[in-house]
Design a protein around this ligand. Structure first.
Ligand code: UD2
Ligand code: MN
Length: 336
């Protein structure tokens, strides 16, 4: 990409300076600079200080299908791999060649999946940079010993990310799902989007039509409308269907990318010890539509035990008191 800039110079002769990335012409009191930059060396444009244009609607760097590989190495190796993209502390990545259109927070409900997390952190940034997206990955880890609660970690991730920056788009993401086509763009439209439509563990399909698990993208406005997500699904299952019910209550429909784009690799894994099937999930689902007004962002309670701003992502540790949380939801329900 070629950029041209002009400024007044204190030098009065005629000089032409050539370098690999730029040509600078000094003529009388004028300085004209022609700069060439490419995504392969994204730091150049930052140094020039030239104001950059809005990113195009479609990134020129997309490659279509690509393969998921396990990463052999440590988090430290990944830090080095991404140094050239100069993420801000906490892992805020920005395309350096243009001004992104949205600020994306990727929220990962998490506990004790280090191998999956390293694979995620290895796999995602290159794709997101090709998509010219500004993004931060937030890993929201629920402290032990309470039973894992995925949707609760989604609420917490949303609230905590907004304390860090004014994100406009939120993608809630399983740590063990890896997109394998970069035309599946990690941005929000005005509608909520279910992105995982061709999932390897279901032979690159979905288990049922209304399925809403794995990866969903919500603009901030939609999360406000649905009062976030339910706080009450402790254990595996049900919470994804609950998300779908909330949308119906506020009169919204989710959209999906075409199946050729919404493809995800999903490594086989066993069930986690701290996440047994939620025994009350069918009962909760039965009144999901009524609970939306009092079970969500307006009744969530939690404590942040630690925030770690790592080089390439932000790791937030959360302590949950189930009894307090359930009481808070109950109190909200009784409010006139
Ligand atoms: C399915 C859904 C998932 C969710 C879940 C039911 C797919 C592809 N995914 O996933 O979206 O609805 O069923 O709750 O259909 N996690 C941890 N540590 C734990 C437990 C869970 O990090 O101890 C996180 C992690 O991000 C994981 C996600 O929660 O990817 C979903 O849990 P899972 O992978 O055990 O459930 P799975 O694969 O059946
Ligand atoms: Mn899984």
């Amino acid at each position: 990409m070629l950029q041209i800039s002009y400024r007044v110079s204190h030098f009065f002769g005629v000089v032409v300076i050539l370098s690999i990335s730029s040509v600078v012409i000094y003529w009388k009191s004028h300085q004209i600079r022609f700069t060439y930059s490419s995504i392969a060396n994204p730091t150049r444009q930052q140094k020039t200080g030239i104001p950059i244009k809005a990113c195009p609607k479609k990134s020129p760097y997309l490659v279509g299908p690509f393969v998921f590989h396990h990463f052999i190495g440590t988090l430290e190796d990944l830090n080095n791999k991404y140094e050239k993209y100069r993420p801000e502390l906490g892992g805020k990545f920005k395309p350096l060649e243009c001004q992104p259109r949205q600020k994306l927070a990727i929220i990962i409900p998490y506990r004790d999946r280090r191998r999956h997390l390293i694979d995620f952190l290895s796999h995602m940034p290159p794709m997101l940079l090709r998509q010219q997206v500004e993004f931060t990955i937030f890993v929201i880890e629920q402290d032990s010993p309470e039973i894992f609660n995925r949707a609760l970690m989604m609420n917490v991730g949303y609230l905590e990310a907004l304390k860090q920056d004014d994100y406009s788009c939120f993608i809630f993401h399983d740590v063990d799902m890896y997109p394998i086509n970069d035309y599946n763009i990690y941005q929000c439209s005005t509608s909520p989007t279910h992105m995982a439509v061709a999932v390897e563990k279901w032979k690159f399909g979905i288990p049922y039509r209304a399925y809403y698990g794995g990866v969903v993208a919500y603009p901030k406005t939609v999360i406000e409308k649905t009062n976030g997500f339910s706080n009450l699904y402790f254990g595996w299952g049900g919470e994804d269907d609950d998300l779908g019910s909330r949308l119906a209550v506020v009169g919204l429909k989710f959209v999906r990318p075409p199946a050729v784009y919404g493809r995800y690799a999903t490594p086989v894994h066993s069930k986690d010890k701290g996440n047994p099937e939620a025994p009350n999930r069918f009962r909760l689902l039965n009144d999901a539509k009524r609970r939306i007004w009092y079970d969500g962002l307006n009744s969530v309670v939690y404590n942040v035990s630690k925030i770690e701003k790592k080089k390439i992502y932000t790791h937030i540790h959360i302590a949950v008191d189930r009894q307090k949380l359930e009481e808070s939801v109950e109190l909200k329900k009784r409010e006139p």
